[in-house]
Design a protein around this ligand. Sequence first.
Ligand code: UT7
Length: 329
Amino acid sequence: MIMSPYALSHRSVIVGCGHYLPQNVVTNEELSKTVDTTHEWIVERTGIHQRHFAAHGELTSDMAFDAAKKALKMAGIDGQDLDLIVLATTTPDLTFPSTATKVQAMLGNTKGLAFDVSAVCAGYLVALNVADNFIRLGQAKTALVIGAERLSSLLDMQDRSTCVLFGDGAGATVLKAFDAQETDRGIIGIHMQSDGNYRHILCTDGGVASTGTPGKVFMEGREVFRHAVTKLADSADATLTHYQVDPKDLDWLIPHQANIRIIEGMAKKLHMSMDKVITTVHKHANTSAASIPLALSCALEEGRIKEGDLILHEAIGGGLVWGSALLRF
Ligand code: UT7
């Protein structure tokens, strides 16, 4: 469902970005020493060369906090002044309370509302959608949106079909309310959807209420790939059509980073050359909810993104949950 935002008077503008990657870099060659795979297979099928894995004792909240501090610094906003913190993660520190409330305390914030959202690889876009709605409705003036994952905790390191695909990290953005009459910057529209009939093709084999353990990642890769190609293209098309944006007017595609073949397929469908697509999958692998804000923050750090750029995000993940977001940076 797409809601028209134009009747509302506030717009959510991204005024800060930050990211964190654990120090420990694990190459394909290293993984091939412990599981039956090769660097060549991983690169050819996914584009991944390496990933970062969190150190023992390094938690999702630690990574989220670091990314958040950098985003707040860029925004010039004190963490105490935030009205809202939405943290997307599949790998919370604890079952409860939410990792967002821990980050809230780490930031010294007591006045805002903090909570987690669970939408796996689409989590950042769902969190962005929620925060944008709070701002549009006037319920928050400043919001911190974080994607943070310690996916390595959920990997079976003997399962070559999944353990080579994922990595750890965090990305954060700060949103600020602007009068819609005064700027054309900000989130233009977000279109999210899910279909729980496909939840068995990308899931864990455990959970609190079922097995009493978090379980390990299971994926029917080929099936997820098939859905990704069609659902992401349909979502991007619906969003661009709704907001009457020609793909040639996009400055950047910043997609979820799961597989370079999916990303290249999307770029082709949008008739965008790959130099207008931000890719980090080769160095970060799939960091689930962290991948989009991580890629955005890295591209900003490299001086590639500038104020006023028109950006399309898209993501798909377990659920299945998928969608796209259009914004002017
Ligand atoms: O972030 C959420 C969204 N996730 C995605 O979008 C991921 C979507 N799926 C994919 O990216 C791809 O399907 C994968 C990268 C997961 C797999 O690539 P694929 O080209 O679809 O390979 P496949 O699963 O069809 O497997 C092909 C072969 C199989 O061997 P057989 O049955 O043909 O003999 C696998 O057992 O490759 C084998 N294989 C491996 N070989 C070496 C699977 N994993 C590995 C591995 N190393 N790591």
